[in-house]
Design a protein around this ligand. Structure first.
Ligand code: SF4
Length: 331
């Protein structure tokens, strides 16, 4: 693979970004931990305020958590047991040696702090666990929880993934996210500069968003102090409100080649220091209605990389240009 040497800022500040046309999080992790860092998924039995009635009922229109929870993840077991079982499984399967506990399903900060402390500390007590990755909603965090996580971050790797999906309030409303873009901004601001890694989560191809709006999403989130980004295309998953809508009246979803080409452009508008954790998602085919690409996420990622190499483009290539764009209203 060619060394990317066209963007000196990247070469100097992000030395792990020399193999790919984008700033890959996994390369950063190898650089920081000296090897692979494997996520062990745990299910702490949380729900979320968009399901239990505090913010809404029924959840986001696309959400079916069952579709992506790995088989070794069993919510009936304690966190310590899940971590231990998961590590044994992943050591056998991937020969990994270093792990982080991934609190993935639902909203993993949605409980009083003492309850969270017990769960997180069970995970951290395993000697092979280097840290925590915590997925949550931006309206499920507060200063007390951030202060606790910031303290943990002095000795462990702590990452929070804030679901955003779209920076457009109109889209968030259509998805029944039951939070606003400003709430995401407030959560990110509260978390920034505390030693905690901040990851944002976006879905591309949401109903009602134009190509131009999706490209602007890259510029918009580049203004906020996030460290990494997870992107995937919209999946229509069975037993969701979106599936009902889609089956009644199908709407356009990304074709494979279209998605590869789009992401290659999207990344050019993204701030170059934002690390890319994921460029495609996977849903168990048993639960997936559309789009049916039947291509594994790592192949999608490789095809995006190849497309960028072919076009001679890289993450952030147009970012400096885009900074001069007129700041339009984010609605
Ligand atoms: S996507 Fe997240 S916030 Fe939305 S309903 Fe599912 S668990 Fe709750």
């Amino acid at each position: 693979m060619n060394k990317i040497a066209k963007f000196p800022l990247i070469e100097n500040q992000y030395p792990w970004m020399t193999k790919r046309p984008y700033n890959a999080y996994k390369d950063f992790l190898r650089s920081r931990f000296g090897g692979r860092l494997q996520k062990v998924c745990v299910d702490a039995g949380f729900t979320c305020p968009n399901r239990d009635g505090v913010k809404g009922f029924g959840g986001c229109t696309y959400c079916n958590n069952i579709s992506f929870v790995p088989p070794y993840c069993k919510p009936g077991m304690t966190i310590a047991e899940q971590v231990s079982d998961g590590i044994e499984y992943l050591k056998r399967r991937y020969k990994a040696q270093q792990f982080v506990a991934y609190f993935q399903a639902y909203s993993n900060t949605y409980a009083p702090l003492p309850y969270l402390q017990n769960l997180y500390e069970q995970a951290l007590s395993h000697p092979d666990i280097k840290g925590l990755v915590i997925g949550t909603r931006p309206d499920c965090i507060d200063e007390e929880k951030i202060a606790y996580l910031a303290e943990l971050a002095k000795s462990k790797y702590i990452s929070i993934e804030y679901g955003l999906e779209s920076p457009y309030d109109r889209t968030l409303k259509t998805l029944n996210r039951a939070h606003t873009f400003q709430e995401w901004v407030d959560a990110v601001d509260m978390t920034a500069n505390r030693g905690i890694h901040i990851c944002a989560h976006l879905i591309l191809g949401l109903p009602g968003e134009t190509r131009e709006q999706m490209l602007r999403t890259a510029e918009i989130i580049s203004r906020y102090p996030i460290n990494s980004l997870k992107i995937h295309h919209l999946h229509i998953v069975e037993k969701t409100a979106l599936a009902t809508k889609y089956l009644r009246k199908p709407f356009p979803v990304f074709e494979y080649d279209e998605y590869v080409e789009f992401v290659a452009e999207f990344l050019q508008y993204l701030r170059p220091d934002i690390m890319i954790q994921r460029l495609a998602g996977e849903t168990n085919p048993r639960h997936l209605i559309a789009p049916r690409w039947d291509v594994r996420a790592n192949i999608v990622q490789q095809d995006i990389e190849d497309e960028m190499q072919k076009q001679n483009v890289w993450q952030g290539k147009r970012y400096l240009l885009s900074e001069n764009f007129e700041k339009r209203a984010i609605v």
